[in-house]
Ligand binder design. Sequence first.
Ligand code: G6P
Length: 364
Amino acid sequence: TQVEKGGYKHFMAKEIAEQPVVLADASRHYLSEDGLNLPEDLDFSKISRLTLVACGTAFYACSVAKYWFEQLARIPVEIDVASEFRYREPPLPEDSYAIFVSQSGETADTLAALRYCHEKVAKTVAVVNVPTSSIARECDVALPILAGVEVGVASTKAFTCQLLVLATLALKAARDRGHMSEAELARHMDALQSLPALMNHALALDDTLNEVSNELSEARDVLFLGRGAMYPLALEGALKLKEISYIHAEGYASGELKHGPIALIDSHTPVIVFAPHDALFDKTVSNMQEVMARGGKVLLVSDKKGLDVASDGVWQTVQMPEVPDLFAPLLYAIPAQLIAYHTAVAKGTDVDQPRNLAKSVTVE
Ligand code: G6P
């Protein structure tokens, strides 16, 4: 079936806007009345380690999920990009699972990494958008992310749906390993189910983000900062921006700022800070203040509580809805995507088909 833009100027805009709907679909599938809907033979109770492998945006989904598996399920997690993993010959415990995340299910490096893991681990698990893909077929367990066809080369709705599936896996792992009561599980499931509505609020920030992006489009370099699970989101924000606007962008863990990137700070280099008002907020704010003390211009993306205490001296603010801490990366993906999108539109680049990039990289 032909997929159409449905009134949007670009597939990417349509796919960003679809997220509340597809995420709600995926949530209905994986989170049912009687609990998590995941294969029962996916049992994390006796697993000593998880290995998560992917490329590009899917790798950043793995990077966020590492925080969840470690915090919730207390399970050691290794993550790597597939092109490195496949040639490292990493030793893999027999009592481990390996998870491969891929929108297309055809990325050559990810497929090769999966083939390396066969026979070495207890189970291989695919988190994929295309259920008939090679990666889905070759894994022991395939979990569809249910995002629907994604046309824009820069991945958007697949990222948030990958996160949803990985979050439900982390909840199952936590329960299997005795680290989560039924009451806590129910609370986390509610939190996940609240996301589509929150995403609608975040999407309503489109005009604000469009205005900010007009200014960002003048920049030569942009830095993205985040801490905790917001760090991989900073990496994803930078990736989105460079992919489609061709502006040089880097994501950094905010605590690493002083170990290098602070040397780049001047009044021409916008610094985008993703900082919901969570347990790490004060730490991130102090890094942000180091930027401002050196004349840097900061775009702070936070919630009301955060902006009430930390907006002084900030160049621009974006007020996000409050969101349960753990799952904030799914919500903050929206401004990350919209900033990249509007900046690219302001620059007049080919948003859906950026130069030199392919939707699916089936050769090494
Ligand atoms: C390409 C695409 C990215 C995608 C990556 C991994 O680089 O442009 O958007 O994240 O491949 O693709 P996959 O299909 O494995 O998720």
